[in-house]
Design a protein around this ligand. Sequence first.
Ligand SMILES: [Ca+2]
Ligand SMILES: [Ca+2]
Ligand SMILES: [Ca+2]
Length: 182
Amino acid sequence: MKYTVLCVALAALAGTAQAGFFSESENNNTLALANDIGSFGAPGGSAVIDGVLGLNDVDWFTFTLTDTASLSVFSAFGANGDGAMQIVAAGGDVIAFDDDSGVGLMPAIQIENLAAGTYYMGFTGFGDVDASSVASDELADGLGHQENFGYKLTVGFSVVPAPGALALLGMGGVVMTRRHRI
Ligand SMILES: [Ca+2]
Ligand SMILES: [Ca+2]
Ligand SMILES: [Ca+2]
């Protein structure tokens, strides 16, 4: 009986990871017009975005976290491009900027323990905004860069289980080990 109860609890705990593929849809040049890539919670999820950064273009995407999660965003594009990214909280606070932390001139951003809520992710060209935007909250607007290239963004969300959930997983492991011996 105990075994059955634990299995049900573990099944509920495991949940289903959300994953999606998106193509950007213009006009997405302001926070208000951001393309929505979805809502993510435990146990986490991922999204791959396909886009084109044109002249005077910035691409904004929005997502909602239903649990505290760690975010990682990696960009990929050809050697002819130079992209930059911003992560912005719902109220317009620029919480992260990156230019070249990925491979070559590709931006990449990782943020631990991002609180539940709605966020925006902006992809623009080098020359639009810079690291000072984290203090000034200047939002990328596509102006000031001369870039024109296609790109992909890989976005991952991981939710760290609460201590109680970890204890339950440990108990489940013990029960499953016993069952194998029978
Ligand atoms: Ca675009
Ligand atoms: Ca755009
Ligand atoms: Ca760059």
